[in-house]
Design a protein around this ligand. Structure first.
Ligand code: CAA
Length: 267
């Protein structure tokens, strides 16, 4: 069953599909796209919709306005939270990052400005991160008396290494696109006006490949990073076996030998 999305149900984000891509946009530019509880719930609905829609082959996540991707959790809402509400909100945010990371389809973060706190954490859950030249990244939570809560303490060290992650988390430093690229936090730096175009080009390249091969590759990398090398290799072998059972494997290998382009069906 698909999850119904209506414009009315999404007051804080935009959801649009075009040419096999779902475009999900944080849409609170006046507060630099700060993530309140409604935004997190709406993002969950949007990503579930994209996951269940078989015509959607990939997602681009970006922010409205020219200043921010998302400047983190909504600090004014946070001020009112009881510890129980804070814990519940953190779990909602973390569940969203897990959904994005394991969507089964590539998700590209087009980071067009500040990606701080929860904004950086949502970007880190994406499959690939592109940054504009003006993008800025950081986990500044300790500066306001808290700590990262949407997976930053776990995904940042996995992406950039423990030492760099701890330095960023403990100092609260905000770094620019060049530094984020140098340490491996972002895949590419792209001129601001071309961010979405470049994300579309990458998705087009990925989507020319066999969908199951793409899906299982994401799964093998994600699951493998959370376990030992031996376990990871077992996961890879099992998923490789599943790929071998697909019609697309037959089509891909046959097309290669016949020197023609493959026509993948996602079966
Ligand atoms: N929450 C709520 N409102 C926010 C916000 C946030 N995270 N970030 C910015 N805003 C609001 C500002 O309060 C301001 O609102 P008003 O116009 O009503 O005053 C508006 O957005 C514009 O922001 P600034 O005037 O501050 O813009 P600036 O250019 O001077 O500074 C900035 C930009 C450096 C990003 C600064 O806004 C900032 O430091 N924001 C907070 C960043 C932060 O601490 N993020 C972490 C939040 S905690 C978290 O995310 C926990 C977690 O892990 C889930």
């Amino acid at each position: 069953m698909g999850v119904a999305i209506t414009t009315a149900s999404l007051g804080n984000i935009l959801y649009e599909t075009k040419g096999g891509i779902a475009y999900i946009t944080f849409n609170r530019p006046k507060v630099l796209n700060a993530l309140n509880k409604s935004v997190i719930k709406e993002l969950k609905t949007a990503f579930e919709t994209a996951q269940e829609d078989s015509t959607v082959r990939g997602v681009i996540l970006t922010g409205a306005g020219d200043k921010a991707f998302a400047a983190g959790a909504d600090i004014s809402e946070m001020l009112q939270d009881t510890p129980l509400e804070a814990e519940e909100k953190t779990r909602l945010g973390q569940a969203l990052t897990t959904l994005i990371e394991n969507l089964g389809k590539p998700v590209i973060a087009a980071v067009n400005g500040y990606a701080l706190g929860g904004g950086c954490e949502l970007a880190m859950a994406c499959t690939i991160r592109l940054a504009s030249e003006t993008a800025k990244f950081g986990q500044p939570e300790v500066k306001i008396g808290i700590m990262p809560g949407y997976g930053g303490t776990q995904r940042l060290p996995r992406l950039v290494g423990k030492g760099r992650a701890l330095q960023l988390i403990l100092t609260g430093d905000v770094i620019g696109a060049e530094e984020a690229h140098r340490i491996g936090l972002v895949n590419e730096i792209v001129p601001s006006g071309s961010l979405v175009v470049r994300a579309e080009a990458i998705l087009k390249q990925i989507n020319a490949n066999a969908p199951q091969g793409v899906k299982f590759s994401i799964e093998a990398v994600n699951k493998g990073l959370d376990t030992s090398l031996d376990e990871g290799l077992l996961i890879e072998a099992s998923l490789f076996g599943l790929c071998a059972a697909t019609e697309d494997k037959k089509e891909g290998t046959t097309a290669f030998l016949a020197k023609r382009a493959p026509q993948f069906q996602g079966r």
